[in-house]
Design a protein around this ligand. Structure first.
Ligand code: AMP
Ligand code: MN
Ligand code: MN
Ligand code: MN
Length: 278
């Protein structure tokens, strides 16, 4: 079977707008046959993803870490609620997210916006900046999420609160200890020069990193990252980072640009196969 993969998708369980039940039907209508759901810091959407013949769903997660003050996102593939290291980690992360959301709202209130710190209570298991952005739109303070990030939520702006810093190598080791396949998400977003990134890849590979998300919109032109993954012997993955909103690509949008998707997809599947139901 030829693979048409999209390995980076969010649902309403984190900051996406499509419910988990709607993910597979949409993947089918977009011609995909291999997908991964990768919500931020929660696995709660996974059991709600409905199965359909002909579409393989890899259960995943996206975790935030930081290196020298820069955000580093790690995708973990082959997760399951029984994996206890990850489970404990996620409980702590979500508590931090709730506190952080309230702190962001407090800062925005101090900056003069009519908001209260409890306004996002209960909105999501993993509340984040996207939820604050949508609240600012709803209240008429900004016209879209880009403006929300540019004016209020990006680093250095009045509502910014960083995640508690976590070392990428530790996140990677924690995932590997649970048999989960760690992949570095959208490397271009880290905004490091290539030599620095190459050096860090080596460090993170020593910790257990297995793949590089080459086919992500942020990485264009992709060839440099494709070469980098090959020279490091890393799996090559890709995905739209679908959130069901206009500020991210649509599901399957990266497939056309992913020239070796069949071969890369099969290598990826082999690496996660021990975690999938037989
Ligand atoms: P958080 O983990 O709470 O810091 O939120 C990060 C999320 O915000 C990312 O996963 C994206 O979905 C979204 N995001 C980050 N920067 C932007 C931006 N400039 N415009 C729109 N969405 C963004
Ligand atoms: Mn997101
Ligand atoms: Mn990310
Ligand atoms: Mn993402």
């Amino acid at each position: 079977m030829k693979l048409t993969p999209d390995l980076h998708l969010h649902t309403t369980c984190s900051d996406g707008l499509l419910a988990p039940e709607q993910i597979v039907p949409r993947a089918q209508s977009r011609g995909l046959n291999l997908i991964a759901v990768t919500d931020h810091d929660t696995l709660s959407g996974l059991e709600r993803v409905t199965a359909m013949p002909g579409i393989t769903v890899v259960p995943g997660v996206e975790l935030s870490a930081s290196h020298a003050g820069r955000e580093v996102h790690i995708l973990g593939y082959g997760v399951s609620p029984e994996k206890t290291g990850l489970k404990h980690y996620l409980v702590a992360l979500r508590a931090e997210r709730r506190e952080r959301a309230a702190r962001m709202l407090t800062l925005l209130q101090k900056a003069g916006l009519m908001l209260s710190p409890d306004e996002l209570d209960g909105i999501s298991l993993a509340p984040g900046r996207m939820h604050v952005a949508r609240l600012l739109i709803q209240k008429g303070y900004v016209k879209d999420t880009h403006e929300a990030f540019d004016r209020w939520l990006s680093k250095g702006k009045p509502g910014f609160v960083s995640h508690r810093p976590r070392v990428p190598s530790e996140v990677i080791r924690m995932l590997r200890a649970d048999g989960i396949v760690p992949v570095l998400a959208h490397p271009a977003r880290i905004k490091l020069d290539f030599l620095e990134l190459e050096a860090l890849l080596t460090v993170w590979q020593d910790a257990g990193l297995q793949g590089l998300e080459v086919y992500h919109r942020a990485n264009e032109p992709f060839e440099r990252y494709d070469r980098m993954a090959k020279s490091h012997g890393l799996l090559i993955t890709g995905g739209s980072d679908f959130h069901g909103d206009p500020s991210h690509p649509d599901m399957g949008d990266l497939v056309a640009a992913w020239s070796n998707r069949d071969e890369d997809g099969h290598r990826f599947l082999e690496a996660v196969s021990h975690t999938l139901p037989q």
